[in-house]
Design a binder for this molecule. Structure first.
Ligand code: DGY
Length: 432
């Protein structure tokens, strides 16, 4: 509807900060990595120049080793505006970037997918926009490749061809039950929170947020990674958390397929073939390492123990995005999606689990971004009717309740931050 379209465009106007988009003015006042990818998809409809600007701002902060940081800090903000802030992360200067410009961890590499979507839409905005889009792709392509190489070379901590995340924040699914087993082995020193104070609770409802025990572990893991300036060498041995996430790796594979398309447009034909091969290898590794035939879903694997977590989380459905996923796994994921465990739109966690929590972040609530990715998966596998049902359910939820960060799975009530950028951006794509 025009009303929803206008309110979504309004959120993106309000949250634009000159050369980047903030996810939310109060709760997340810097630039976030995977948010920027979802945001670009929506900006492509209303302001493609800003879509490219936002992606550029993010990749201008790329590290020399290829990693794209999960937050790029806005120098106009102070340490008090967000925790953990720039000084806490203590990132050294690199390239032309001053010290304390970003965090040292990553987020899911959705940017090639986003860049390809923005490029595709540019045609509708005329010849000048198409030309700009091609120039932006030229600039982004080697940087996107370096991002993938960092993740596949430096972060294959398990040695099986998948990327391991070394902090729950890297998944974007911060307090998902998928990490509970691995996090139980991470020391939770609550006294850290008397030295370093949370700020999220000052600007949002504590019952919607991760707990203090979660935060003590989050802070401890940053301190551990920071201790060797975020080096990945020998990391598994000295760092308590290393996990292969099915969602992160599905996005890694999808990114290779978008890179193949980008390489094709730019005339790098041989490179395009290489990207497709890598996507296939990632898909095979996800199936052989993360599939549990007993649950009929994918699960996170703890690199330290080699064990799959038993938790059924939305991340375990995300490999549906991959076109080469074998039929048995496609059917399994579809059956799980249709079951009482997830519903429509899909919840972040199994509704029938004893610890399903309707309010707390990634432990139950409905999130638009992962549902948007699952809708892509349904389309990739030709399930047009189900994709349309999911699209309609998402539009209804946001129309009734507003552009919230996430939603109560039973009442639809908006939770977390209001006027949240990716919800608005993806609403534009769902309406277009
Ligand atoms: C937060 O601040 O909660 C973010 O999710 C961390 O990246």
């Amino acid at each position: 509807s025009a009303e929803l379209w206008n309110s979504a465009a309004g959120v993106l106007e309000t949250n634009w900060a000159g050369d980047h988009m903030v996810p939310s003015r109060r709760l997340y006042p810097h630039q976030w990595s995977w948010d920027a990818a979802f945001i670009a998809v929506g900006l492509a409809y209303v302001n493609p120049t800003r879509a490219w600007r936002d992606l550029r701002s993010l990749f201008e902060a790329q590290w020399p080793d290829g990693r794209v940081p999960h937050i790029v800090f806005d120098p106009a903000m102070s340490e008090a505006d967000y925790f953990p802030g720039p000084a806490f992360w203590g990132v050294p200067a690199y390239g032309s970037r001053p010290a304390h410009g970003s965090t040292g961890i990553v987020q899911p590499p959705l940017h090639a997918v986003a860049a390809w979507e923005v490029y595709r839409r540019a045609a509708a905005h005329g010849a000048a926009a198409s030309q700009q889009a091609r120039a932006e792709l030229e600039w982004l392509y080697p940087r996107l490749v370096a991002q993938q190489e960092y993740l596949t070379d430096r972060r294959d901590l398990g040695g099986g061809g998948l990327t391991a995340i070394v902090h729950p924040w890297e998944s974007g699914l911060d307090n998902s039950p998928a990490w509970d087993d691995a996090m139980a082995n991470v020391p939770a020193d609550l006294s850290l929170l008397t030295v370093y104070r949370r700020r999220d609770l000052a600007v949002s409802d504590a019952s919607h947020r991760p707990t203090d025990t979660d935060y003590a572990r989050y802070v401890g893991l940053v301190l551990s990674y920071r201790a060797a300036d975020y080096s990945d060498t020998g990391l598994t041995e000295r760092h308590a958390f290393a996990v292969e996430c099915p969602s992160f790796n599905a996005i890694l594979g999808a990114a290779e397929l978008s890179l193949a398309q980008i390489a094709g447009v730019l005339g790098h034909t041989a490179a395009a073939g290489g990207h497709r091969e890598r996507a296939q290898r990632i898909t095979s590794a996800i199936v052989s390492r993360l599939w549990n035939p007993d649950t009929g879903m994918f699960h996170a694997r703890d690199v330290h123990t080699g064990k799959l977590t038993p938790a059924r989380c939305v991340s375990g459905l995300m490999p549906l995005m991959l076109p080469d996923l074998p039929a048995g796994q496609v059917e399994g994921v579809l059956a799980a999606m249709r079951s009482e465990r997830f519903g429509l739109p899909v919840t972040s966690y199994d509704r029938t689990a004893a610890d399903f929590d309707t309010l707390r972040y990634w432990r139950g609530p409905v999130w638009i971004n992962v549902n948007w990715l699952l809708r892509r998966g349904l389309l990739v596998h030709g399930r047009r009717d189900e994709a349309e049902d999911l699209r309609a359910a998402m539009v209804r939820l946001v129309h009734r309740n507003g552009h919230f960060e996430y939603f109560h799975p039973e009442t639809g009530e908006g939770l977390g931050a209001p006027s949240f950028s990716w919800t608005a951006a993806l609403a534009l794509d769902l309406l277009a």
